[in-house]
Design a protein around this ligand. Structure first.
Ligand SMILES: *Cc1c(COP(=O)(O)O)cnc(C)c1O
Length: 382
């Protein structure tokens, strides 16, 4: 009996061929594949510019750094996210502040956001949790009223749509949007990430910061004594993605609509199969928001079934089924408590959600038989 993880990649022959072709070419990195991948992401999302990088975390860091916000100011995000979202602000000397989630969508609540904005707030990073876009129309209008920059953490949401039907990543509602291409995400480059933007000056800044803050562009340098010469204009990082990864990304992106179709099909079957279980709440897809569903998160009344979550995870594990918890509220992490004084109880909607959430296996390569096994095992929990 094969173990079914909560998420995994889909790799087929096209992907292998694409990577092999790059391996046999002259460039393993800093070659032509990165620009091809970036253009493909622009074509897919509709954004003007893309900077592909080494990870989703690097994408968040570069996006925040490129805004050049003053140290000591504050940024707001949701506590229901991976720590990297909030960390990206801390890297840049901003204080990460949280605003609670909406208890139905599990996304950043626009009302909670509006209530948290103060004179130090300069940035908001909504996360499109599990793939469903946050309420970007409202978030963008709060941001505009208060002079805040907006970065969308779309690590879960490549392939998803906003309420207006346009694609997440087009940056219609934000200064920049980031993706992650870790293997559990909807499409993968092994490790990898990308930042989308429509702002040319941010784009130029991110390109510079991706590679040590170094330029070789004669038009930007103070002198040009010879072909060896380059100048460092900012304190950047080495956040490049390789050509092997970028070529995998190009071939994965060609399958994104197929992945989306399959993910939505699996979600619909789960929803049907769990309909009527009084101790389980299936995810709510809001009217008009078409999600590419990175995660399938159910809410289980563990008290009602007389089992702890740890016992349920163990029971499913023994049946060969992987599950995960997304997420431990970031403000309850020891580092956040020590550095910023956050406490248990600060974000009650997120904490209540965290008590009962469980992510069941969801990935495009999952077979019908595998899904049937998951459905049966879940139904047998009570
Ligand atoms: C995965 C993830 C990241 C980080 O992406 P990496 O590619 O693993 O660095 C950031 N934010 C969210 C919401 C994620 O799920």
């Amino acid at each position: 009996m094969d173990f079914i993880p909560y998420g995994r990649q889909w790799i087929d022959e096209d992907d292998e061929k694409a990577v092999l072709q790059t391996l046999r070419s002259s460039y393993l990195t800093q070659g032509p594949a990165v620009a091809v991948f970036e253009q493909a992401l622009c074509d897919y999302t509709g954004a003007k510019y893309c900077v592909a990088v080494a990870s989703g975390t690097a994408a968040l860091h570069l996006a925040v750094a490129s805004l050049e916000l003053p140290e000591g100011c504050e940024g707001i995000t949701t506590p229901n996210t991976f720590t990297a979202t909030a960390n990206s602000m801390a890297y840049c000397g901003l204080k990460p502040v949280f605003a609670d989630i909406d208890p139905v969508s599990y996304n950043l609540s626009p009302d909670a956001l509006a209530a948290k904005v103060n004179s130090l707030t300069r940035l908001v990073i909504p996360v499109h949790f599990a793939g469903q876009a946050a309420e970007m129309e409202r978030i963008a209008s709060i941001a505009q009223r208060n002079g805040l920059k907006v970065i969308e953490d779309a690590a879960h949401a490549i392939g998803s749509c906003y309420r207006d039907g346009s694609k997440v990543g087009n940056c219609r509602y934000s200064d920049a949007t980031i993706f992650s291409f870790h293997p559990v995400k909807t499409l993968t480059t092994g490790e990898g990430g990308a930042i989308m933007t429509n702002d040319e000056s941010l784009y130029r800044r991110m390109l510079l910061l991706r590679t040590h803050g170094i330029t070789k562009d004669a038009g930007q340098m103070s002198q040009n004594p010879g072909p060896w010469y380059y100048e460092m204009h900012a304190l950047g990082w080495h956040y490049r993605i390789t050509d092997m990864q970028a070529s995998l990304g190009v071939s994965q992106l060609r399958k994104l609509e197929q992945f989306k179709h399959r993910r939505r099909e699996i979600v619909a079957r789960y929803n049907d199969s769990f309909d009527g279980l009084p101790w389980l709440v299936t995810p709510h897809e809001a009217e008009g928001l078409e999600s590419c569903f990175h995660l399938y998160v159910v809410n289980i009344d563990f008290a009602a079934i007389g089992k702890t979550r740890a016992a349920v995870m163990q029971q499913l594990h023994e049946a060969g089924i992987g599950t995960q918890v997304h997420y431990i509220p970031v403000h309850t992490q020891p580092w956040y408590q020590q550095h910023y004084g956050y406490r248990q109880g600060d974000y009650p909607a997120t904490e209540a959600y965290y008590q009962n959430c469980l992510s069941l296996p969801l990935f495009a390569a999952m077979t019908e038989a595998e899904q049937k096994r998951v459905i049966n095992a879940v139904r047998e929990l009570a």
